[in-house]
Write a protein that binds this ligand. Sequence first.
Ligand code: FAD
Length: 441
Amino acid sequence: MDVDVLIIGGGAAGLMAACGAAGYFGNAGSAQTTVVLEKMPRPARKIMITGKGRCNFTNVKSWNEFSPHIRTDRNFLHHAFFNLTPEKMIEFLAEQGVESVVERGDRAYPASYKASDIVDALERAATKAGAKIECGKEVKSIAQEDYTVTCSDGTTYTAKTIIIATGGLSYPSTGSTGDGYAFAEDLGHSIKTCFPSLTALVPEGYKDNHSELGLRLPKGLYNGHIDRSLPLTALGEKLCGCSLKNVGVTLTNTKDTLRTEFGDLDFTDGGIEGPVGFTLSRDAVKSILHGAHLRLIIDLKPGIEEARLAAKIQAPTEEGKNNMPGILKKLLPAGIAEAFLATNAKLTKPAPKALAKALKEWTFDICGFVGYERCVVTAGGVDTREVIQKTMQSRISPGLYLCGEVLDIDCDTGGYNLQCAFCTGYLAGQSAAKSILRKQS
Ligand SMILES: Cc1cc2nc3c(=O)[nH]c(=O)nc-3n(C[C@H](O)[C@H](O)[C@H](O)COP(=O)(O)OP(=O)(O)OC[C@H]3O[C@@H](n4cnc5c(N)ncnc54)[C@H](O)[C@@H]3O)c2cc1C
C-alpha cells in the first residue's frame, strides 16, 4: 500500500500527528493519505492510565514557567509549544466536545476526569480529519532506501514520509516497548542513553531485594533496578502508606547536594515517590547508574530551625511526659511517628537536641529504583540535535519525522509530558503534509 504520511504508533504524539497531517491535507483540499499503524488492539493505551485514569493532559503555565519543567533541551521545544500551546490544546479538545478543568498547579484535566474522553476525542479528531487508524499492526522494520515498512503480519506499506511516534519504554504493557529507538538507529540516528524517570526510589532495607537465588546481590553486580513487584520488608511495611505534606527533601551523594525540593512525598509499595520523590528521581537514577551512593534527607519540620525545635521539644519533657511515642505524637501525625521511630532505633530517650536533629534530617540510604515496569517516563532517546526543531524532521534521513517520548525529551509531572507529546506530534504531522504538498506544486 502506498501512503503519503505513515505514522508509526497511535499514542498521544501519533494521534496528534495524524490530526496535524490529515488536517493540513484537508485544509488544502488535497486527497493525500495519512495512515497510523498501532500495534495494540486500540490506540493510546497509555493515555488511559495517565493521571490515575483522570489524565492530566496539559499544564496551562506560560512558556517561561512551563519550560523549566522540561528536563532536557527546552529550546528544542520552543517552536512546537507555540504552534500548539496548552490553551490551543484545550480549544482543540473543546471542538471535539471535551471540556476541561484547571486544578492546583495549573494542571488541566477533562471536566469528566475520564482519560477515555481524551482518547476518544483524539481518535475522533484524527478520523474526522481523514486519517486512517489501523490497529493490531506491529511495525517490524523500515527499509532505508524506499521507506517500505513491514509489519509482523507480513503487510507492507511504502511511504513518502514516515513519522516515528512509538513512545519510550515505560509501562511496556501499554505497547511502549522502545521499538522506535531501533528504527531511528537503523535510519542513522544516535540514541542518548535511556533510563527510567519519574519513578520510585527504594531505600535500603525497604524491599526484599534478594536475587532469585535468595542471595543479596553485592553492590556493583546489579544496576540499581529493583522490581516493583518485590515484597516489602517489615520496615517497608511500616513506612508504606505514609504521606508527608510540605516537607523539605534533599538528595545528596557522598560529597554534594544534588537537588533540594519542597512539597509532598509518599512511601508506597514501590518506595519513595509522590511529587517531590518523582522530581528527585531523575537525578537519583542517573547518579545510581553512574555508581553513586545516594542519600535522601527529609526535613520533617522545614518551617522551624533546629535549635528552636529542640527548645520546643524540651518543654514537654520537663513536664514529665518523657516518653518518645508521646512526644512524637505531638510533633508528627500518628502513622508517621511510628514509622519514624522504626527507622531511628537509637532514639530511645527524648534527648531534645538529638530528636530535633533527627526530625530535621530523617535520612534514607537509597539502594535502587523501580524500573520501566512502573516508571512514568523514559529519559534519553533520539538525540534532538539531529532533528529540526521547526519541523520535527530528521536532519539525517529526509522524509523522516520524530515526535513524542521517542525523542530525548522528558519533563516533571504536571501535564508537561503529554503537552510535549501533543505539540511535537502535531508539528511533525503538519510539517510532513506540508513537505509533500510543496514537492507536488
Ligand atoms: C502511569 C503513567 C501516568 C502518566 N500520567 C501522565 C499525566 O497525567 N500527564 C502527563 O503529561 N503525562 C503522563 N504520563 C506520561 C505520558 O503518558 C507520556 O509521556 C506520553 O504518553 C508519551 O506519548 P507518546 O505518544 O510519545 O508515546 P506513547 O503514549 O507511549 O505511545 C506510543 C504508541 O506507539 C505504539 N507502538 C510502539 N511500538 C510500535 C510498533 N513497533 N508498531 C506500531 N505501534 C507501536 C504503542 O503501542 C503506543 O500506543 C504518564 C505515564 C504513565 C506511564
